[in-house]
Design a protein around this ligand. Sequence first.
Ligand SMILES: *Cc1c(COP(=O)(O)O)cnc(C)c1O
Length: 430
Amino acid sequence: MEAIYASMGISREIYQYGERIQEELTERFAAIDRLAEYNQLKVVRAMQECRVSEACLLGTTGYGYNDLGRDTLESVYAKLFDAQSALVRPQITCGTHALALALMSNLRPGDELLSPVGKPYDTLEEVIGIRESRGSLKEYGISYRQVDLKEDGGFDWEGIRAAVNERTKLVTIQRSKGYQTRPTLSVERIGELISFLKGIRPDLICMVDNCYGEFTQTIEPTQVGADLCVGSLIKNPGGGLAPIGGYIVGARECVENAACRLTSPGLGREVGASLNALPAFYQGLFLAPTVTASALKGAIFAANLYERLGFRVVPDGKAERYDIIQAVEFGTPEGLVAFCEGIQHGAPVDGFVTPEPWDMPGYDSQVIMAAGAFVSGSSIELSADGPLKPPYEAYFQGGLTWQHAKFGILKSLQRCLEKGVIPAISPGML
Ligand SMILES: *Cc1c(COP(=O)(O)O)cnc(C)c1O
């Protein structure tokens, strides 16, 4: 084993250090395997109960009327999420699109949107109109209110109660911390928040941005009262195989609203050809529990590896996981860059290129990104990025297999060692 790692640029000391960390994680990895086992059965059960057949793997063209595979897949998603209805389509281009669709179709002029968990994901700022943008909710007369989490990460119950008013129509709750430092919300905590909100006004529509959270626990937010749950197929539920797509699951009325906005009033879910996407959607969903488990193991491995070397990691090495994102704070641009270079050099696609920081539109500093993916931009595949500004944090996620996640992380550590970002691994650490 050491020899093949050596042939791929991993020194003996880095390899042994990795082995040592992995040994300490035996119990946690076993628990993740059990999680994957449970979720695997959940997926197979849903597919069997919906009578998925070989014919479901064939797609349609043109209008896509009576698309058996598409309609059956949507039943599978509904069943899996314990929801009344689902919309799972290649015409939903990404996570932001799915979220925008759910919002724009369920809000009307004069309504107010509330986020009780602080600032939403960056791309939603333009959807909502927090940053001026063409076609935002704000342009349509839909206002927005936000209640930040408390310093300790808890909900500001009183602030939330005060923020709900007669115009509040929909509440958006982001499960994953995304690229912020707040804690990720467990499904149980989301359930508490939804109960509280429904206690104030039972007719509030509660939507969860489920990106990066799917299959990290045994239950999903629709099982604790969410009316809508929304995500991207090039993250967890696509299992690395879906080449595009998003999903919206939840209460029938809410999902129908989204369908009529995605296609057209009067047409709704009846149109929308699945083309050739269905085999990847089905097989990706089938693989999603084990792929997500691999990404979880990678995140925990990286946290422990870097934490031991004195870097601040969020979440820390011991923390329970409710999403697949790991942050490592380097404190220097050299550290962040070396980390991303290492991840890139571990990739099966474009592993020979070296990423460089660049001025990305929409950011106030340079950004570096490492991604050598089969599906462009897919972040269920091993990937990392970070803005070139203090505290020089790298955000890292994905890994279609645990073995590849491990290799990529060891490559990052090797690169950090070569660039002098970390000192030599001392014998005491082995
Ligand atoms: C990735 C992500 C989004 C946006 O998804 P895209 O597919 O990148 O448009 C929204 N919210 C959260 C929490 C995410 O992680």
